[in-house]
Design a protein around this ligand. Structure first.
Ligand code: PLP
Length: 402
């Protein structure tokens, strides 16, 4: 069904990334607006009954209903697909709706899914709790151990799911090597690219079949609205994903799509500055006595630094570190911060910090948390766009309280 194919504006395929970020997917209405319009409409009127019939049959272009497609949502989908270098994208109301759809649209009873165990909490819930209810076998692996991936894949494996850098320990998984292993059994690789964003890492270039985003994070980048996207080949979207999304209905609001569309225009610039600030802050943290471990993929001290630099353009905007003194010290530190906010969100202009063991990863038992490297003193900092000097001064005064 062609109604989400808005058609590219001019010859966008030849544009460089920043031009795509600003202009790809733009469709002007009859009014010639320079900023993309928000089409807050749930339905569309047909010029006649024959046209309605033709659109429902897929024989005519045009919109039908905003649960299926919408012009503003379509502009966002086309722009993010072009930035990623993917054939197509479909937007969803949240990142979790994108993750859920990417899995559930393609699995059935008897199938098998492999996933890395270091995942965003809700992604793990879908894989560990929901898929098995429908008779889907699952295997969790340590994502950095390629032998575990090799042992896990089997003929019934339909897809593999992973996140790199992972949340919250910023583990880096070799995208190309895992893709080669997963493709050896004709299964598909799904990469949750929320932490790296399309500004730093484009997994389709290293073998990923499907890329999912929480657009809530850096793509909005200003903490305003939820959104997600699934990127894949045209065939996968047409045959497998689109029917699932149309009939289950996790559609993105046109208003939120517009916010996210405008977010893409400045994504590269914002992410570049997030990375610069994060590097500065991580360097400061490394010099602090009260901090036992600093994980930042951009630093040589990170266990997979070389791999990170090979598959990402920079180290990213997140830094994870351990305070000596466990939960009590971590809580004293968080409570003493005056600029950095305590929040589980990330990728915001505002610096945000969270204590994963008691929030995002609370559901896991202690043994699993410690297997992942999350201990009672671990905190995850999403470095914002404030002046790095102010962030460091705030961390410094809070460390005294810890
Ligand atoms: C936030 C996040 C999600 C979920 O996205 P929502 O927009 O909050 O639904 C999924 N994966 C990762 C890695 C995330 O950081």
């Amino acid at each position: 069904m062609p109604e989400t194919n808005l058609g590219t504006t001019k010859d966008s395929a030849n544009w460089r990334r920043r031009t795509k970020a600003v202009r790809a997917g733009t469709r002007r209405s009859e009014f010639g607006e320079t900023s993309e319009a928000i089409f807050l409409t749930s339905g569309y009127a047909y010029p006649n009954a024959e046209e309605a019939e033709a659109r429902f049959k897929g024989k005519a272009d045009g919109f039908i209903y905003s649960r299926f497609s919408n012009p503003t949502v379509g502009m966002f989908e086309e722009r993010i697909a072009e930035l990623e270098g993917a054939e197509r994208a479909m937007a969803t109301a949240t990142g979790m709706a994108a993750v859920n759809a990417s899995l559930l649209c393609q699995v059935k009873t008897g199938d098998h899914v492999v996933a890395s165990r270091a995942l965003f909490g809700s992604c793990r819930y879908i894989i560990e709790e929901i898929l098995p209810r429908f008779g889907v076998g699952i295997t969790l692996v340590d994502g950095t151990d390629l032998d575990q991936w090799r042992d896990a894949v089997r003929p019934e494996t339909v897809c593999a799911f992973l996140e790199t850098p992972s949340n919250p320990m910023l583990e880096i998984i070799d995208l190309q090597q895992v893709a080669d292993i997963v493709h050896s059994v004709q299964a598909k690789v799904i990469v949750d690219n929320a932490f790296a964003t399309p500004a730093l890492q484009r997994p389709v270039e290293t073998g990923a079949d499907i890329v999912v985003y929480s657009a809530t994070k850096h793509i909005d980048g200003q903490g305003r609205c939820l959104g997600g996207a699934v990127l894949a080949t045209n065939d996968f979207i047409e045959d497998t994903l689109k029917p699932f999304l149309r009939h289950t209905g996790p559609a993105l609001s046109p208003f939120n799509a517009w916010v996210l569309l405008k977010g893409l225009e400045t994504l590269d610039l914002r992410v570049e500055q997030h990375c610069r600030n994060a590097e500065d802050v991580a360097g400061f943290l490394l010099r602090q006595d009260k901090i036992e471990r600093v994980l930042y993929p951009g630093f040589g001290s990170h266990p997979q630094h070389d791999l990170a630099m090979a598959q990402m353009d920079a180290g990213g905007g997140l830094v994870t570190f351990d305070l000596g003194g466990g939960k009590a010290a971590a809580f004293r530190f968080l409570n003493a911060l005056k600029i950095v906010d305590i929040s589980n969100n990330l990728g915001d202009t505002k610096s945000l910090i969270t204590h994963p063991a008691t929030t995002t990863h609370q559901r896991l038992d202690e043994a699993e948390r410690s297997h992942l490297g999350i201990n009672a003193g671990t905190v995850r900092l999403s470095v914002g766009l404030e002046d790095a000097e102010d962030i460091k001064e705030d961390l410094s005064q809070a460390l005294k309280a810890a």
